[in-house]
Unconditional design. Sequence first.
Length: 107
Amino acid sequence: MRIRNGDAVAVGPGKVDLLEAVRECGSISAAARSLNMSYRRAWLLIDELNRSLKSPATQSEQGGQSGGGCTLTPVGETIIRLYRDVEEEARRSCAKQIAELMKLIRP
């Protein structure tokens, strides 16, 4: 599922995966590495997400001795929860159609 804001994808599977990685890793760079993604790509996705929202999903801390980092805001946590809830509901509601689609895929 993707939610668009004009031409931009405001929320989609890649951005939710990235938010979960940021929550786990504590930084955009570490999250990007964990997803085999460039730091630039991850930063652009986070920036696009935050610009699409009324309140940002992440909060970055500047460098220093600890090297900075990035954490999720309550909005970021809510996005993950709601998105995963929608996925689960779709999985339950569309189990028959998903099973039929799976029959079309090579083993």
